[in-house]
Design a protein around this ligand. Structure first.
Ligand code: SAM
Length: 332
């Protein structure tokens, strides 16, 4: 009996098979070929002139079969995410890994709470990568008109973000550059970023930051926090995915005093260890608010140890705790 594929399975199959075809024809990596096929699907034509007639015909057949159905934005994102994950198994550094959508979905719940009362806002991800985090959040925040900006230094990843945003019809403004250099983006209402963790190699540029190291290379993730703060409006919010030991490193005292001077810590939520390869690789969500005259810090910081994000029962308990915190702290 022939099994019918779900829309996500069908999309993934097309992404995957056309990517492999292009990868062989163009002699490039899986991720590069994925960006090519994604652009072909978006433009509804085969754009690569160097292909053999046979390959071109095969691709056209795949694309025609696909266009007989319609797909939701989430179908597109999920299928593209699966293909990216497959490509990343090839050779992507741990720091360039895509943000899993379970985190994006949870972050959209948090963002919705912090943005209550607004109809629209501007959003920046200064390390947008494949765009999976930002597009998951936009898809899960349908009641807001979100004007989004993304920056990344990796040209292949940002090309994937561009293709994925096009396929989901999200008009995100993307720039391929080092986010720690000058950015031509006005301060935004909210920043979201799965921070690249590690040393930043450019000591000259790092020297312009308050959070530069006194000796040797500076931490990129600290500089990203400072840069993001500069690009946030007063009273705006910043949502970071940070290493669990953020406040324990030798550079942490400087980070503490920078935060004290410019920001209010709103929440620190430790993600479950089961999401990461080992305990040392564990991450948390840090929520900050940029200081503004008349805006007080919360009475207490929301501190949570998250259960598995797929454990419905335990998640409901935590959501209840978070909702209570908002009632007690955000109605100031
Ligand atoms: N949220 C992204 C997603 O869903 O695909 C993943 C972000 S990944 C954890 C961190 C990203 O930081 C990588 O895409 C990497 O290329 C980017 N990055 C590292 N250093 C950077 C820099 N100096 N400027 C801009 N982007 C940088």
């Amino acid at each position: 009996m022939k099994q019918t594929l779900t829309p996500v399975e069908l999309l993934f199959k097309t992404f995957n098979e056309t990517t492999e075809l292009l990868m062989n024809e163009l002699d490039c990596t899986y991720l590069e070929a994925l960006a090519e096929t994604g652009e072909n699907i978006f433009q509804d034509k085969v754009l690569q002139e160097e292909l053999s007639e046979m390959a071109k015909k095969r691709l056209e057949k795949y694309y025609n079969d696909l266009s007989c159905n319609s797909y939701s934005k989430e179908d597109m994102r999920k299928a593209f995410q699966l293909a990216c994950l497959k490509g990343m198994r090839e050779n992507v550094q741990p720091n360039h890994q895509m943000t899993p959508d379970s985190i994006g979905i949870f972050l959209s719940f948090l963002m919705n709470k912090f943005m209550e009362g607004k109809n629209s806002f501007t959003l920046l991800d200064p390390a947008i990568g494949t765009g999976n985090l930002v597009t998951t959040m936009i898809n899960y925040l349908p009641n807001y008109d979100i004007v989004a900006y993304g920056v990344d230094v990796d040209d292949v990843l940002i090309r994937l973000a561009y293709v994925s945003a096009n396929l989901q019809e999200h008009p995100i403004q993307l720039d391929c550059q080092d986010s720690l250099g000058p950015l031509l983006i006005d301060p935004v209402d909210a920043v979201v970023c799965d921070l690249p963790v590690g040393y930043y190699p450019d000591d000259v540029r790092a020297s312009e930051y308050d959070l530069k190291a006194d000796q040797g290379h500076s931490y990129a993730h600290h500089l990203f926090i400072e840069k993001s703060c500069e690009h946030t409006v007063d009273g705006g919010y910043l949502f970071f995915i940070v290493p669990n030991n953020l406040f324990e490193s030798p550079e942490a005292p400087k980070l503490h005093s920078y935060i004290k001077k410019h920001l209010h810590i709103q929440a620190l939520l430790q993600l479950p260890d089961s999401m990461f390869k080992n305990k040392e690789a564990g991450k948390s969500i840090l929520v900050l608010q940029k200081q503004k005259e008349g805006v007080k810090p919360p009475k207490e910081v929301l501190l949570v140890n998250m259960p598995s994000l797929t454990n419905k029962q335990q998640m409901e308990v935590i959501m209840g705790k978070i909702n209570l915190w908002f009632e007690e702290n955000k109605a100031l």
